[in-house]
Design a protein around this ligand. Structure first.
Ligand SMILES: C[C@@](CO)(OP(=O)(O)O)[C@H](O)COP(=O)(O)OP(=O)(O)OC[C@H]1O[C@@H](n2ccc(N)nc2=O)[C@H](O)[C@@H]1O
Ligand SMILES: Nc1ncnc2c1ncn2[C@@H]1O[C@H](COP(=O)(O)OP(=O)(O)O)[C@@H](O)[C@H]1O
Length: 283
């Protein structure tokens, strides 16, 4: 009997660097970025229903049911596969929204992979990643599940294996709109493309950082505080700020000092996403 119920992780990502090379005619920006996953994220439970209805039972503040990326992903997959089954969905949401750690994109990818499994569609990763890209630029990397150097708008992925340190991630209590940062006239949009592989050391800057830290004092403050202990970086368009440590104990020590005034968490960097590790264990 095939499974009818499944709980899957939906991990966060970090952008270890992010360079903006230019702007395309459709307004989207050409990037070069390095994605790594965190062993930290949401958990989504799926239960098959036979009436074709797609229902997310967990409410999100400020996100209507049909705008939720989980529901959008499920509906697109149902439409494009012609599947007559439906799904009940619950999520244990711990990832901050608008934090640059990819929660929405990750939720969409977990939904695509989870439903492909439960509905027994047999879609391959290429097809799921292509559908994912229509939901958001970051969805394909979560579908593939391997740390990657990304180009284009984030869809041209080359798997990489950077070090996997422990990270302290600080979560300033502001939500940063990706669209707002990309439309700022002061954004650097002319970084020279990196042509050498693997990406040489010394390229770890995030071109969004100056604009984000100018607009959001909370982010600036987090960067300054973490910068007293390690190199403090911005992920994506923020708001989250992170730094790497050689051990959990060292990350925990700094966390204990900083999280008196700021929210944050400690998590291991991972080149294979915990979603893929879980799916592998089901086979
Ligand atoms: C820049 C990144 C790095 O990981 O930032 P974060 O969102 O994670 O912070 C992502 O690629 C974001 O991906 P994602 O969050 O999926 O963005 P989308 O929903 O596709 O786009 C939101 C808006 O941002 C702008 N946008 C996004 C990506 C891109 N390469 N160029 C853009 O100009 C567009 O105005 C778009 O309408
Ligand atoms: N399942 C979802 N989880 C998080 N955000 C979602 C979801 N569905 C839609 N959204 C919308 O997408 C926006 C960006 O979310 P998220 O991916 O968490 O941020 P970021 O791209 O900065 O990492 C949110 O502010 C929210 O309005």
């Amino acid at each position: 009997m095939p499974a009818t119920r499944l709980t899957l992780p939906s991990p966060a990502k970090l952008n270890l660097m992010l360079h903006i090379l230019g702007r395309r005619e459709d307004g989207y920006h050409e990037l070069q970025t390095l994605f790594q996953f965190l062993d930290y994220g949401d958990e989504i439970t799926f239960a098959v229903r036979d009436d074709g209805v797609i229902r997310l039972h967990t409410e999100f503040e400020g996100v209507p049911h049909d705008s939720n990326l989980i529901v959008k992903a499920a509906k697109k997959l149902q439409e494009q596969s012609g599947c007559s089954l439906g799904i009940d969905i619950w999520i244990d949401k711990i990832l901050p929204m608008g934090g640059g750690i990819g929660g929405g994109s990750s939720n969409a990818a977990t939904t695509l992979l989870g439903l492909n499994h439960l509905w027994q569609l047999g879609w391959d990763e290429d097809r799921l990643a292509a559908l994912g890209l229509t939901l958001g630029a970051d969805v394909p990397v979560f579908v593939r599940g391997h740390a990657a150097f990304a180009e284009g708008v984030g869809e041209k992925l080359t798997p990489v294996d950077p070090e996997e340190p422990w990270y302290l991630v600080l979560v300033p209590q502001v939500s940063v709109s990706t669209a707002e940062i990309f439309s700022d006239p002061l954004l650097t949009r002319n970084s020279p493309p990196i042509k050498v592989r693997p990406v040489p050391k010394g390229n770890s800057r995030n071109d969004c950082l100056p604009v984000v830290s100018r607009r959001y004092p909370e982010v600036r403050n987090a960067l300054n505080l973490l910068g007293n202990f390690t190199e403090a970086k911005l992920t994506g368009t923020g708001s989250c700020v992170f730094g790497g440590f050689p051990s959990k104990a060292e990350a925990d020590k700094v966390s204990a000092l900083l999280t008196e005034t700021l929210t944050g968490f400690v998590a291991k960097g991972s080149n294979i996403s915990m979603l893929h590790r879980k799916l592998q264990s089901l086979l």
